[in-house]
Design a protein around this ligand. Sequence first.
Ligand code: SF4
Length: 241
Amino acid sequence: MNGAVSSWDLSIGVDGPGTRFVLFTAGCPLRCQYCQNPETWRMRDGRQATTDEIMAEIGRYQRFISVAGGGVTISGGEPLLQPRFTAELLRRCHDGGLHTALDTSGLLGARADDAMLADTDLVLLDIKSFDPATYRRVTGGPVEPTLRFARRLAELGRPTWVRFVLVPGLTDAFENVDALARFVAALGNVERVDVLPFHRLATAKYARLGLRFPLADVPPPDQGLLDRVHRQFRDHGVVSI
Ligand code: SF4
C-alpha cells in the first residue's frame, strides 16, 4: 500500500518512550499557529512511499530501537488523514514486536477503528486547547472531535500521553489550563501530560517556504508560567512533564 510521507527520523524521549523511528506523514487538515512542520501540511508536497519500503527502513533500526526500549511513532502532518496506510504500518510494527505510538491531533479520531487502536501501544494526543474559541484560534478547527476521541480512548483503556503546547498569550489562560487538567484527570487512561514550551525554531523554515510565521513576535514561556501550568495539572493529580 502507498502513502504520502514527508520524512522520517530517529528521536529520543519526545515522541514516546525510548529511541524511536518517527515517520512524518504528509497532509494535515489543521493549520496550527505554532506548527513546527509546515512542510507536512499538504499531502501533495509529500512523496509516495509503500508500506514495504517504510518497513524495510524501520528494519534497519529495529535492533537498535528495541534494545533502547523504543519503538515506532507515526506522526505528521496528521496520520489519520491516511488511516489505511497508518493502520497497516501500526499493525506490521506491532506484529513484529515493536512498541507503537500514534501522534495525532484527534481531529480525525473517528477514522481510527478499534483494530487500529488495538495495534497502538500509546496514543500521543495533542490537545491544543480546551476552550473551543482558543482551540479554533490556535488551529483553525473545532476541539470537540478531539475531546470525543479522548473519551473513546479512555473507554477503550488505551494508554495515552496528552501534549499541550504552552504559548504565552494564546493557550496559557488559567481557566483554559484548569479545564483541560480537569478533563484529563477524569479520563483515567492518561499516563502523563507533556507541557511543551512554545519556541520559534521553525521561523527560518517558514521563511524558506515563503510563509509567514504568525507567532514570530511571541516569546517562549518563562519559568514562572511553566511552573504555574505544571502546578495546575499536578493539582488535579495529573503527571505533568
Ligand atoms: S496538527 Fe500538527 S502538523 Fe497539523 S498544523 Fe497542527 S502542529 Fe502542524
